[in-house]
Design a protein around this ligand. Structure first.
Ligand code: SF4
Length: 369
């Protein structure tokens, strides 16, 4: 089923783009409008809950005016967080799915879901960087402020990116998704440097907190299909959410991964715990109510001014998962996402640079613009 939009606006600068042509072929013309300026750009300030909901159903095709290729926000907090050298390529913003904890609730202030139509400029930037640093193991992800694949049947950007990255085997491309939208590229043979990854939680959490996303079994099935086509797979068990039955539910998740995938199928398994900006708490409560499991344990202001579980609980959750996963298959590479050196030590007894399997990923790389 296609993503649902009530209205689609096409910026004059994007009217001849491939994405605009495709949108016109997929959606009824009654909901498509040509515009010369960004819709609702006169509305300033923080969005209300209703405006945020509506922004998920209002699509705007436009061009991105800045520099596409950036370091992950974790790199800007290097003094407090351990950075895994991730780079992001934002080909749009906002998401058509609806997770209770989504950080976009405090990050975005645009009343539309944007797709940037100038992907050729993004590829030109990547080519310039790749030609400058062909041997550096850059990891590039497209799922920072938009899901990498949930709108991909509209854009088909995955196909362009896969074909591009096959020419740069030292660079790794990662699609990060909670959807099961893979059919639009699955006919392209995979490559070792192309990782299709799923943010995943136990079914109990997915059903309660990750609205509009692919269900647990659908994500596992999509991952198996990608694996069978030669793609590398990754799982981000993130955000781990505390709830009374967390140990049973996260054990089930680890067992399902180990049952369906070998260590050689999986590029990485990352662990992260629930975190969000304090200012999004009100919107989360208005949109998902107090029954949401994000309210199940106390949170404290922590690194990067984010609300997190206390350090002891985070380490307990990470240690538990690490031990469980390793007991099922000691070959999986596991790391922590957006965590402090102290949490690494308390959870793993080491920081990544002391771990041979992770050293290459965390080794400092040259700065890009
Ligand atoms: S899938 Fe990701 S971007 Fe989309 S709502 Fe959930 S957390 Fe936010």
């Amino acid at each position: 089923m296609l993503p649902i939009f009530d209205k689609i606006f096409i910026d004059v600068v994007s009217k001849n783009s491939e994405v605009a042509d495709r949108v016109r072929s997929l959606y009824p013309k009654e909901i498509i409008f040509d515009v010369e300026t960004e819709p609702f750009s006169d509305l300033k300030g923080t969005m209300t809950s209703d405006e945020f909901n509506q922004s998920k159903r209002t699509l705007f095709l436009t061009e991105y005016k800045g520099h596409f290729f950036k370091r992950c926000p974790g790199a800007t907090q290097k003094k407090t967080l351990t950075c895994c050298n991730y780079h992001v390529l934002n080909l749009g913003s906002q998401c058509n799915m609806n997770c209770s904890y989504c950080y976009l609730q405090s990050y975005l202030n645009s009343r539309t879901t944007k797709i940037f139509t100038n992907i050729d400029q993004a590829l030109a930037e990547l080519k310039e960087m790749a030609d400058l640093h062909p041997t550096q193991p850059f990891r590039v992800g497209t799922g920072e402020v938009i899901d990498s694949l949930s709108l991909d049947e509209i854009t088909l950007y995955s196909r362009k990116l896969i074909n591009f990255f096959k020419n740069y085997p030292n660079w790794v491309l990662e699609f990060k998704t909670k959807s099961n939208k893979i059919d639009q590229f699955i006919d392209l043979p995979g490559a070792k440097n192309i990782v299709v990854s799923w943010s995943i939680n136990p079914p109990h959490i997915i059903n309660s907190e990750e609205h509009g996303t692919a269900r647990f079994d659908e994500r596992i099935a999509a991952a198996k299909k990608c694996r069978d086509q030669g793609y590398k797979i990754a799982f981000h068990i993130d955000p781990m959410i505390w709830h009374p039955e967390w140990k049973e539910n996260y054990s089930f998740l680890a067992e399902e991964i180990a049952k369906n995938f070998s260590a050689s199928d999986i590029h990485i398994i990352s662990l992260g715990a629930l975190r969000f900006q304090p200012e999004q708490r009100q919107m989360m409560r208005e949109r998902f109510g107090m029954q949401s499991m994000v309210n199940a344990a106390e949170m404290f202001t922590s690194e990067g001014n984010k609300m997190r579980y206390d350090a002891g609980l985070r380490s307990e959750m990470f240690q538990f998962m690490q031990t469980k996963i390793r007991s099922l298959n000691s070959g999986f590479n596991i790391f922590l996402c957006m965590e402090t050196p102290e949490t690494w030590i308390n959870s793993f007894d080491k920081v990544p640079m002391q771990m041979p399997e992770l050293k290459q990923i965390f080794k400092p790389l040259p700065e890009v613009r």
